[in-house]
Design a protein around this ligand. Structure first.
Ligand SMILES: [Zn+2]
Length: 311
């Protein structure tokens, strides 16, 4: 992998690839594979890092509580200092006052908060640069899901920010939300599932916001999960071009092999330590009820049509 270059042609110090998607669209698999390339590191979802009850109960995908993980323990100490609890509360307040959708959509909501925004951006820059120091990577893959966070963090001068918008057929997404997944942290496990209409609504809002913010992203590419599952190597290769890196040819077999990873806050599948399976996962075509398909299509059809999922 060679050093990415910025708009000016000068080497950018650090590239961040933000894979934006609605939940259950396959971002964990795509991001994990991108993170397997030499010089890249898949960090997980960083925007919820300052969320309520997140630290120190959250587990890294290596199985350690975040603060005891060999990578994240040092990164967070670097960013937060010794007063971890107070620093997290401060960053959560700054994020929620400057990086929500309303702050991007309605600049008046942002008025008088320039200093808080600058403080949040400086802390966010420190986070990504600390990850680079701890891992030696040149590309960080981040599956943070807030489109507004992506707009705001994309303003950080030290980062070459690139958005990959991953879409998946909402009927497949809704079917996946109907299957329970176990989320675990140091306190125990929680089972998460959604009924089809709620999954469809979430898919519509999330993809609608990404579309609404599209012109704010300096670098944007859209990928359909179905195309990625059908031809992973071709899609990865075109994404590397988009990200601005050239990588030596690597077989899919090498990319999907088991490896220790340190992924935060993403889909529970991040705890899978074995080889990564890239599959279409179209069980919904046989098992999803006609009523559920109808409900999902009725809610999401404008964007389904845009992404080629109708007709
Ligand atoms: Zn770890």
């Amino acid at each position: 992998m060679t050093m990415p270059t910025g708009e000016s042609g000068r080497p950018a110090s650090l590239t961040v690839v933000n894979v934006l998607s609605a939940g259950r669209s396959g971002s964990t698999v795509l991001a994990t594979l991108l993170g397997q390339f030499r010089g890249a590191f898949y960090a997980g979802e960083l925007q919820p890092l300052w969320g309520p009850a997140w630290l120190p109960d959250e587990l890294c995908s290596c199985g350690q509580p975040v603060l005891r993980c060999p990578i994240w323990g040092s990164v967070l100490k670097d960013v937060l200092g010794d007063e971890v609890g107070a620093a997290i509360l401060r960053l959560r307040r700054l994020r929620d006052r400057t990086a929500r959708a309303r702050h991007v959509l309605l600049p008046r909501c942002f008025a008088g908060r320039a200093q808080e925004a600058a403080e949040f951006l400086a802390a966010t820059a420190r986070l990504y640069l600390a990850i680079q120091r701890a891992t030696g990577c040149r590309v960080i893959v981040d599956t943070s899901k807030w489109p507004s966070y992506s707009v705001v963090a994309g303003r950080i001068a030290e980062l070459d920010w690139r958005v990959v918008h991953l879409v998946r057929d909402p009927r497949a997404v809704a079917f996946s939300w109907g299957r329970p997944k176990r989320w675990k942290n140091a306190q125990g496990e929680q089972v998460v599932r959604l009924p089809p209409h709620q999954a469809a609504y979430y898919w519509l809002v999330q993809n609608g916001l990404i579309e609404a913010f599209r012109s704010r992203f300096a670098h944007y590419a859209r990928v359909r999960y179905e195309d990625f599952a059908a031809e992973p190597q071709a899609v990865l290769s075109s994404l590397l071009d988009f990200i601005g890196v050239s990588a030596e040819p690597v077989s899919l077999e090498m990319l999907t092999q088991a490896r220790e990873r340190h992924i935060l806050g993403a889909n529970p599948d991040r705890f899978t330590t074995g080889a990564i399976a890239v599959r279409p996962d179209d069980e919904w075509r046989q098992r999803m009820s006609r009523a559920a398909r109808w409900a999902v299509t009725a809610i999401t059809w404008p964007l389904m049509r845009r992404y080629g999922y109708l007709g």
